[in-house]
Design a binder for this molecule. Structure first.
Ligand SMILES: [Zn+2]
Length: 344
């Protein structure tokens, strides 16, 4: 029996977009739509005295703003948002943070790295760094169409997010945040984003996992051109091991995508195995030296569009960098001066 079969989904029917439902005592689950292949994000509202602490916001588009306006005029009219916590810099999580904080007079709580990374990504479209990034992708073997799609996505970040408040309240691993009299331990994770915030209410057995552990999707773990030698897969696997040790097996996990589930440890084991299998597949594929982009079709045999190729490339490079560090691969320059990798 696979670990997936052991996951339990206590609330198998997701709420309709924009309609909050109680998923755990004092925690509302809200879904907002996304205009991507991954078509939704889960937002949570945590009871906080007279109102609700909001965890993540959805993307900056007209539809999400309209849902928030309807919520503020309807279900949240009496009990208003009290504060805003954003888990990480991706636009489906932080997209409306500036707008919502301004609209409702809320203080924004984030980890420092996620706040700064949001600011960094918002200014990309204004810089000439784009040409340096293009060179990075070319050196790794990506074609012009895929490169164009990746750069378009990165520039698009600016329009999918709103200006953050000029100051924020920092939270970090080891902090305890009190929300409505309940203690939530702050855990942070790496790999999917640099300092992703998760909240654990040990007393009530509830774990708000953001994108670190999802039931159906393997969270994207990618190398980005600003930090070409980074090891996000190492960070991600390290975080999974730390979560397995720190978070009790019996918690209800409330993730930012897919359904809430039980049996977190089984899912952690499955994700860990998935990446080990992928490393083995890369070692198999790289008996001859290859450019990183040449490995992508060997790992993802189905046809990928340019957008998917961008993610698949970043994910492949994450595995390559991890294996280079572990001594399982080595890099060697080709006749054209571009670096290729092969199994060690
Ligand atoms: Zn994310």
């Amino acid at each position: 029996m696979s670990a997936a079969a052991k996951l339990v989904f206590p609330a198998p029917d997701a709420p309709a977009p924009g309609i909050p439902v109680e998923v755990a005592p004092g925690i509302l689950w809200l879904r907002l739509a996304l205009p991507f292949a991954l078509n939704h994000v889960n937002i949570y509202l945590i009871e906080d005295g007279p109102g609700w602490a909001v965890l993540d916001t959805g993307i900056n588009d007209a539809r999400s703003r309209a849902w928030w306006e309807a919520l503020l005029a309807g279900p949240l009219a009496e009990r208003k948002p009290t504060r805003l916590i954003c888990t990480h810099f991706h636009p489906d999580h932080v997209g409306l943070a500036g707008w919502l904080a301004n609209r409702c007079g809320l203080e924004l709580t984030m980890s420092r790295t996620e706040y700064l990374t949001t600011q960094l990504h918002r200014r990309w479209a204004e810089t000439t760094e784009i040409e340096a990034y293009r060179a990075f992708f070319t050196a790794n073997g990506l074609d012009e169409t895929a490169i164009g799609s990746i750069l378009e996505r990165d520039i698009g970040y600016r329009w999918l997010t709103t200006d953050l408040p000029s100051s924020f309240l920092r939270i970090a691993s080891g902090d305890v945040v009190t929300i409505g009299g309940r203690r939530f331990e702050v855990l942070t994770g790496g790999g999917h984003s640099p300092e992703l915030v998760m909240l654990l209410c040990r007393e009530d057995g509830v774990f708000l996992a953001a994108d670190q552990v999802l039931a159906k999707i393997s969270p994207n773990v990618s190398v980005w051109p600003q930090e070409p030698a980074s090891d996000p897969l190492g960070d991600f696997l390290h975080t999974l091991a730390a979560l397995r040790a720190a978070v009790p097996a019996g918690v209800l996990t409330l993730p930012a995508h897919n359904l809430p589930f039980r049996n977190l440890h089984a899912r952690i084991d499955e994700l860990t195995r998935h990446h080990a299998d992928r490393c083995d597949a890369i070692a198999q594929a790289c008996r001859e030296p290859l450019l990183p982009a040449e490995i992508v079709p060997k790992l993802f045999p189905r046809r990928l569009d340019a957008h998917q190729t961008g993610f698949a490339f970043g994910e492949t490079l994450a595995h390559v960098n991890y294996m280079l560090r572990a001594g399982r691969m080595r890099a060697e320059p080709g006749d054209d001066g571009r670096m290729r990798v092969r199994a060690a």
